[in-house]
Design a protein around this ligand. Structure first.
Ligand SMILES: *Cc1c(COP(=O)(O)O)cnc(C)c1O
Length: 393
């Protein structure tokens, strides 16, 4: 079948460049130690920041929801799929985030695909950080608005681009990741908000890696900067720190109502299932009660980063629990990750196109579920392999 020859050729090319993704198979809950490809390893790979993915209270809530509501929503929410559970989750999330209202979606990815095209169209312009997440990029493309990329986390470049472009369009939207998932740096939101104000632009932040991490007891980046009045839309995911699955948008009641009427993934795709929603509610309840898990996450983060720095690793510019161990070539990152795995540490190599060519790394994700012994174990293995591969002395 000559017409499909390109597939084999492209896959071979990926393998040659060290960019072929080998998907590992998980045979246990996501926890500090997880069974991967049949082997129990220290998990430094998942976005399970607070340990909610296997938390007893979340599991209990999910089981109870199955008894009370069954397993499926059986329709899109506008027809027969909005259960009291979905509304309870939205209400509790809104209270937690300190916003008027929340609308939930099937995923964070979907929340971006839903929101951006609902707010802007052909006559509008979007200013988007050049390192924004794929789901923001795709949401922008779907909207058919003019897309102007500004230099990463650079309000001056944003101001320049807005000065040139904003006046030529009906509406302007400024959109950025809150925490950048590959480098762990954060958006300079106060400065971005200031620039956006000048042009009366809508401001939207995707806080997927900021919730449960930044702000008071994990309320996210907008809370971290105290910008509730200035950021119009907060996108969130329920699949990272919240440990389950789903996405949402928090904002004022009008915007949320508008999305209920206009957002296509809300109107044309079924809701998240009752056990998922109940587990998310339990997670929000736990975080609303106490910041203890968030504190533990930060304690672990400080400890591990200090350890890596004193070993001599380059761990980039992260200011969050995301810890990139910079290695350069994708082949080296893959080799490092493979050796770590053999030694019992699961930490994924990340290369192009997720990060730029030549900036391959191992991305270590810290979690409140890690004990100090776990972190010492990991530091020991990083040191051993770092020396073997000539990354550190
Ligand atoms: C992970 C992530 C998403 C996608 O969230 P899902 O709920 O997994 O679909 C969206 N935006 C950003 C910035 C992310 O890091």
């Amino acid at each position: 079948m000559a017409k499909l020859d390109f597939i084999q050729e492209d896959l071979e090319a990926l393998k040659k460049e060290g960019l072929y993704i080998h998907i590992r198979v998980i045979g246990s809950p996501q926890d500090a130690w997880t069974v991967v490809n049949g082997k129990k390893v220290l998990n430094m790979c998942s976005n399970n920041y607070l340990g909610f993915a296997n938390h007893p209270k979340l599991k209990e809530a999910a089981k109870k929801a199955i008894e009370d509501y069954g397993v499926g929503p059986a329709a899109v929410r506008t027809i027969a799929g909005t259960m009291t559970l979905h509304l309870e989750l939205e209400k509790k999330l809104a209270a937690f985030k300190g916003r008027e209202a929340v609308i939930s979606f099937q995923s964070g990815f979907n929340a971006n695909l839903a929101t951006i095209p609902a707010l802007v169209g052909r006559e509008d312009v979007i200013f988007s950080d050049e390192l924004n997440h794929a789901s923001i990029i795709d949401g922008c493309r779907l909207s058919r608005a003019k897309i102007v990329r500004y230099a990463h986390a650079d309000p001056e470049d944003l101001a320049e681009k807005m000065e040139q472009e904003a006046k030529n369009y009906r509406r302007a939207l400024v959109v950025t990741d809150g925490v950048f998932s590959m480098d762990g740096d954060i958006a300079p939101l106060p400065e971005i908000v200031e620039v956006a104000k000048k042009y009366d632009a809508i401001v939207m932040v995707d806080d997927a890696h900021g919730e449960g991490v930044l702000g008071r007891d994990g309320r996210g980046i907008v809370d971290h900067f105290g910008l509730h009045e200035d950021v119009d839309i907060e996108v969130g995911t329920l699949s990272k720190a919240f440990g389950v699955v789903g996405g949402y948008v928090a904002g004022n009641a009008e915007i949320v109502e508008y999305l209920r009427q206009k957002a296509r993934p809300f109107l044309f795709s079924s809701a998240v299932t009752p056990p998922d929603v109940a587990a998310c509610i339990a997670a929000v309840d736990i975080l609303t009660e106490s910041g203890e898990l968030v504190e533990k996450l930060w304690e672990n983060t400080r400890y591990f980063k200090e350890g890596m720095k004193s070993l001599g690793f380059d761990i980039g510019q992260s200011v969050t629990p995301i810890t990139p161990v910079m290695l350069g070539e994708a082949t080296l990152a893959q080799e490092f990750s493979k050796r770590l795995f053999d030694e019992g540490v699961f930490a994924q190599a990340i290369g192009y196109p997720t990060v730029p060519r030549g900036k391959a790394r191992i991305r270590v994700m810290l979690s409140a579920v890690h004990s100090k012994e776990d972190l010492d174990f990991a530091l020991d293995k990083f040191a051993k392999i770092g020396r073997e591969l000539g990354v550190i002395e």
